[in-house]
Ligand binder design. Structure first.
Ligand SMILES: Nc1ncnc2c1ncn2[C@@H]1O[C@H](COP(=O)(O)OP(=O)(O)OP(=O)(O)O)[C@@H](O)[C@H]1O
Length: 216
C-alpha cells in the first residue's frame, strides 16, 4: 500500500515539481502516472523509490513513512522495490546473467541459488537463451527486458518504472506491457510513469494524472 498525503517536492533553486499531492494505491494495484512533460511524473516515482525526499507531506509505503526515514534505513526499504528507470544502468562489462545476479549478490544469496533465480528471471522475460550475451549486443527492447529481469529477481512487493516503453517499437512496447500485466496478475503493486497512449487507453481507469505538479 502506498499512501501520499499533501506531498510537496521543491528542488534546490526553488522549483516546485509536486504540490500537495495526495493519493492511495492499494496493495496489488497497478497505477499509471500520466501527464505532460514536466508534470512531475519522474519526481513522484523518485520519491516513492526514496531516490528523492519530499520537502513536506507524508509518503507511506508498506506501512513505513519514507519522509521520516533515517538515511541509513533507505537501502533496506529499497530492497522491497524493483526499479526500472530510463537510464537502466546495465553493466556493459558483464553478461546478461551477471547483471541479473547482482541484486542477489548484494543481499548475500549463495551463488548457486543466485544463478538459479537469475536464470528463472531471464526465462520470464524471454532472454534465457541470451544469458551469456553482453547487454551491448541486445536490442533496445531486450535491454529493457533485461532491466525488468534484474528489477524483479529479488521478488519485490512494489515495482516502479519510469517510461519503460519509451524509445521502443510497438511490438517491443507490447512485450513490456504484457510483462507488467503478468506481474500485476501475481499480486505485485505496480507504479509506472508513462506517456504511452495505448497503455493509458487500456489501463481501465487506474491512472493518476499530474498537471504542473498537481493531481487532476
Ligand atoms: N533535480 C532537479 N532540479 C531542479 N528541477 C528539477 C529537477 N528534476 C526535475 N526538475 C523539474 O521538475 C519538473 C518535473 O520534472 P519531472 O522529471 O518529474 O517531470 P516528468 O513529468 O517526469 O517529465 P517527462 O515526461 O518530460 O519526463 C520539471 O519542470 C523539471 O525541470
Amino acid at each position: 500500500m502506498i499512501v501520499a498525503n499533501s506531498l510537496t517536492k521543491r528542488y534546490p533553486g526553488g522549483f516546485e515539481a509536486l504540490s500537495g499531492v495526495s493519493f492511495r494505491i492499494g496493495a496489488g494495484e497497478m497505477v499509471l502516472i500520466t501527464g505532460h512533460s514536466g508534470a512531475g511524473k519522474t519526481t513522484l516515482v523518485k520519491l516513492i523509490a526514496s531516490i528523492e525526499r519530499p520537502t513536506s507531506g507524508s509518503l507511506v509505503v508498506n506501512g513505513q513513512n519514507l519522509s521520516a526515514l533515517r538515511r541509513s534505513a533507505i537501502p533496506y526499504v529499497r530492497r522491497h522495490f524493483g526499479m526500472i528507470f530510463q537510464d537502466q544502468k546495465l553493466l556493459f562489462d558483464r553478461s546478461a546473467l551477471d547483471n541479473v545476479m547482482l541484486p542477489l549478490q548484494i543481499v548475500g544469496l549463495p551463488h548457486r541459488e543466485a544463478v538459479r533465480r537469475a536464470q528463472a528471471a531471464l526465462d520470464k522475460v524471454g532472454l534465457l537463451a541470451r544469458e551469456k550475451a553482453n547487454p551491448i549486443a541486445l536490442s533496445g527492447g531486450e535491454q529493457q527486458r533485461l532491466a525488468i529481469a534484474r528489477a524483479v529477481v529479488n521478488r519485490p512487493t512494489v515495482l516502479l518504472a519510469d517510461e519503460p516503453t519509451a524509445n521502443l517499437d510497438s511490438a517491443s512496447a507490447q512485450d513490456i506491457r504484457t510483462l507488467f500485466a503478468d506481474f500485476h496478475r501475481v499480486g505485485v503493486t505496480i507504479v509506472v510513469a508513462t506517456h504511452d497512449q495505448s497503455w493509458i487507453e487500456h489501463c481501465q481507469g487506474n491512472a493518476l494524472r499530474l498537471d504542473h505538479g498537481r493531481v487532476v
